[in-house]
Ligand binder design. Sequence first.
Ligand code: UD1
Ligand code: UDP
Length: 378
Amino acid sequence: MRPLRIFHVVGARPNFMKVAPVMAALASQPGVQQKLAHTGQHYAANMSDAFFQQLGIPEPDVNLEVGSGTHATQTGQIMIGIEQCLMADPHDLVVVYGDVNSTVAAALVAAKMQIPLAHVEAGLRSRDRSMPEEINRIVTDRLAQLLFTPSADGDANLLAEGADPASIHLVGNVMIDTLVRLLPQAEPAPVLQPLGIPAGSPFVLVTLHRPSNVDDPEMLGRILEVLSALADRVPVLFPVHPRTRARLSGSRWLRPALHLIEPLGYLEFVGVERHASLVVTDSGGVQEETAYLGVPCLTVRENTERPVTIEAGTNRLVGRDTARLHREAVAILEAGRLGRPTTIPPLWDGHAAERIAAVIVNGAWRRRIDATAAQRSV
Ligand code: UD1
Ligand code: UDP
């Protein structure tokens, strides 16, 4: 029988944790051939290569090396590159991940070339179209024939938007697959020791990269003021995303205990994330990981496309109110615990990618897509 040829597209840091388990699960299926395209949206060694090594992702078959640019420049260049790849080497299915520009660009190409499209992490909605990711999510989901959702709210969002129920598969969270697999190797010492933070002592972990927080100098300044105040109590560890690094200037915020460090590798990051007294973030993936780990998380955003992390009891939105961020952070540090029960969302169990592989290989989607095409042509 002819092999099923699958083309995965990734480009930015949070894509790598998601593609790793899916490619591994499909690799163990007979009759499947896979190719991996890296768009080069993220290209620094500590935003890309480190993850391929630690996560055991195969070397990409192609790297488009598009680099940074405006949304249209980046999306357009990725589209041109992916179209060339798929014209030269046709595939049966394109798989895209998450909500970054690489995701929507590849989705548009697949749809126009009439290649079936699968979206891993479908259905999430912040209902905030000022976020570029929300546009990427809506467009990608509208175009995909296979919608793999991490949580039931994703199914509800898709159904409300009129998606075909047969295209929606609630499979769980692939990011948690990677976390479950690599947690035993993730230790805090490689990060804490060089900074002189004793094992077992409290500390705060911070990640920030949303334009709404870091591109607004006034907002970034207010957040740094809070982090400096927290650093007067406990060490604050802040691996700085390159977007944010470009906007940090001056030494106004420097405190010996406010550690502004380079982005960490996955094992190093998860090693400190699991032991943090508190995580302050605007990252989607970090909201999810802290939910699984039962670590208190304050999200510096007005909304989240991951409401299950709030229902889990770990995550709280503090919005743009930095006084509230300070108040809630101090309360968590003083209590030393969340003060409320936490739960892990259903199907965040380390097996989401196996469920995705089963749906892809089973092939019922191919008959469904053929039938829809036949109906259209009548
Ligand atoms: C992107 C995603 C965002 C995701 C984040 C994860 C979009 C629209 N945004 O945001 O959804 O949450 O990745 O980290 O797709 N840069 C470097 N080196 C790199 C990569 C970026 O220096 O390897 C710098 C460049 O100055 C660049 C800036 O970071 O202009 C932003 O990079 P970009 O990929 O456009 O957006 P992110 O903020 O990383
Ligand atoms: N992460 C990492 N090193 C860091 C910061 C984050 O490995 O210094 C990991 C984190 O564990 C999670 C992922 O990056 O798996 C989240 O990606 P990011 O915050 O860049 O994007 P988002 O999830 O917000 O789209």
